[in-house]
Write a protein that binds this ligand. Structure first.
Ligand SMILES: NC(=O)c1ccc[n+]([C@@H]2O[C@H](COP(=O)([O-])OP(=O)(O)OC[C@H]3O[C@@H](n4cnc5c(N)ncnc54)[C@H](OP(=O)(O)O)[C@@H]3O)[C@@H](O)[C@H]2O)c1
Length: 351
């Protein structure tokens, strides 16, 4: 297993993170026995990073993670959870108000059976609570020793930058990571969010790295969805996201690289994400020990630059405006330097 620093922090995480959205999930999830075995094998394989959220099966996932880590060295693990979703019918039991953040963090600590959360992430943007209220409440959790690091999820680039600017101004704790949907089929975050995170010294944690299992090659054009498959239970979410000509062309391309390398399509799709050092970890979401072990292989297996390039270029990913304007105008701002200045990588990644 290889480890990466989480953003501009001293926290080292395994580059495969065990996502636990399936823990306790009816239909496409797993029970405690499987979850405990999965965590055991994950840790045995060098994994230290586990992601959950209060909303996953309304607290059940956190409870199952808590039970599964019993007997493991807590301090050797990096436990991440999230706040934002509505947890009960009370009007206050949602979002990122100071009140809800404080209550939600205590409830997560109780369910996880631990006295600190390593990475506390806001699960989405709260359009009704001022960001300074949210950042102050999150910082208070850090100062109280209940939380070690902060991250955000599903934020736009401007929200990320604004949140960290507020934190800087008030000397509060900044976000060190973003957690966003990122896989070969859905590369939306490459336009603004990934460059914003790099600029802010934040890492990306990629959720749905296999596009809900679509990139495993299990689903075929014009064929019924395999019975019991994850997507068969989430048709309304995953079919519009992934089932299109681009998606199937990418599955075919992933299979070619899988054949060339002797790896599985899932391993190739995960390794494509980890080729980008802005991505600290892929958040795998298995519900069987076998899938977990298959995914864990990318902890220390890499695509070559050529294989990565080949997959990146199967489908033209349109960055659109303003990148096309910047490219046209680039000679006006660049050229004549003896060597690339150290901060150039930011500029290159932004382009
Ligand atoms: N922040 C957010 O808003 C957000 C949103 C979603 C997820 N997440 C996090 O990201 C984690 C992963 O997301 P995800 O579950 O969508 O990830 P994913 O890896 O894209 O999808 C998981 C599904 O892929 C299939 N699969 C997994 N490994 C496989 C393998 N080796 N071969 C073939 N199929 C395989 C399984 O489907 P079958 O059961 O059909 O076999 C599994 O249910 C979650 O657990 C959660 O921690 C965060």
């Amino acid at each position: 297993m290889q480890y990466r620093y989480l953003g501009r922090s001293g926290l080292m995480v395994s580059r495969v993170c065990l996502g636990t959205m399936a823990f306790g999930m009816k239909d496409w999830g797993c029970n405690q026995d499987v979850a405990t075995k999965m965590v055991g094998k994950f840790v045995e394989g060098g994994g230290n990073f586990i992601d959950t959220a209060d909303i996953y099966s309304t607290g059940v996932s956190e409870e199952m993670v808590g039970k599964a880590i019993e007997g493991h060295n807590r301090d050797a693990l990096v436990i991440a959870t999230k706040v934002w979703f509505r947890m009960n019918p009370a009007p206050t039991a949602r979002g990122l108000s100071r009140k809800h953040i404080m209550e939600a963090a205590d409830a997560s600590l109780r369910r996880l059976g631990t006295d600190y959360i390593d990475l506390y992430q806001v699960h989405g943007y709260d359009y009704f609570t001022p960001l300074d209220e949210t950042m102050r409440a999150l910082d208070d959790l850090v100062r109280a020793g209940k939380v070690r690091y902060l991250g955000c999820s599903n934020y736009y680039a401007w929200q990320i930058v604004k949140a960290n600017a507020i934190a800087d101004q008030a000397q509060l704790t900044r976000f060190v990571s973003g957690q966003h949907m990122y896989n070969l089929v859905r590369r939306d975050i490459e336009r603004e969010i990934l460059p914003a995170c790099a600029d802010q010294g934040m890492s990306m944690l990629s959720w749905s790295p296999l596009a809900s299992g679509f990139l495993s090659g299990r689903y075929k054009r014009d064929e019924a969805l395999p019975e019991g498959s994850r997507i068969s239970f989430r048709k309304n979410i995953d079919i519009p996201r992934y089932f299109n000509d681009t998606g199937f062309a990418l599955v075919d391309a992933v299979k070619v690289v899988a054949d060339e390398t002797g790896k599985t399509p899932s391993q190739v799709a995960l390794a494509w994400l980890l080729h980008d050092r802005r991505v600290a970890a892929v958040l795998i979401g298995p519900r069987h020990v076998e899938h977990m072990e298959e995914n864990l292989v990318v902890g220390d297996w890499n695509l070559t630059d050529e294989q990565h390039e080949q997959l990146s270029n199967i489908v033209t990913f349109p960055h659109g405006y303003p990148l096309d304007w910047i490219d046209l105008s680039w000679p006006n701002i660049a050229g004549g330097e003896e060597f690339e200045p150290p901060h150039y990588r930011h500029v290159r990644d932004r382009r």
